[in-house]
Ligand binder design. Sequence first.
Ligand code: ADP
Ligand code: TYD
Length: 206
Amino acid sequence: MRRARFITFEGIDGSGKSTQARLLAAFLKAQGESVLLTREPGGSPGAEEIRRLLVEGPPERWSPETEILLFTAARRDHLEKTIEPALAQGTTVISDRFADSTRVYQGAARGELRHIVDTLHDAVIGREPDLTFVIDMDPGEALRRGLARKSGEDRFEDMGESFQHRLRDGFTALVRDNPERCHLIDGTRDPDKIAEDVAKIALETA
Ligand code: ADP
Ligand code: TYD
């Protein structure tokens, strides 16, 4: 039996994270592994309530400081109620976004606030994934894909394309600084081709 792992997908909006998280969950389940697919912000009833506060409404609804507190509050609930219990039972957890999103998004919006992100993470989260896939692609194309969904959850997409470029740079730097757990994946190809690469890496690090 493979050990239960904590796997995350990261990347800019519309890059294909949810699609790839779903495909990896299906692949591992087909191999007989117990898998829980979850997401942030959200992933527990309380965190899903906080999610609505974060993803709906105009971009200026929250200051960056308030946003960091809300994302971290949602993450703490998700960790306590969903992620840790599943891992303790031997279930692999695949999360569509986790702490790297706060580092990159809130860091990209206001770089000087990164110390607040890191301090809060150390104080109340304190957990890193075993494996992180960063789906990389051109922000213009990803934005078109994302907005085409018309989900009504476009508060961050509405911050515009230059913000998405800063995010892409932030995710690239994240992979460079954390090579032991982060893998940069070319997200411009066919979903099934991307999923093959992801599955291969997931098996290698099992
Ligand atoms: P994210 O979770 O990163 O926002 P999604 O997985 O929801 O991205 O994908 C955004 C949109 O792009 C969806 O409509 C999805 O069907 C489509 N999509 C996902 N992956 C690909 C791909 N490799 N090529 C083309 N379209 C894709
Ligand atoms: P998500 O539903 O994953 O959006 P998408 O499917 O468009 O990628 O996440 C909602 C938004 O919240 C997304 O724009 C990224 C943002 N976000 C942060 O800014 N910080 C965070 O810590 C997280 C988890 C998400």
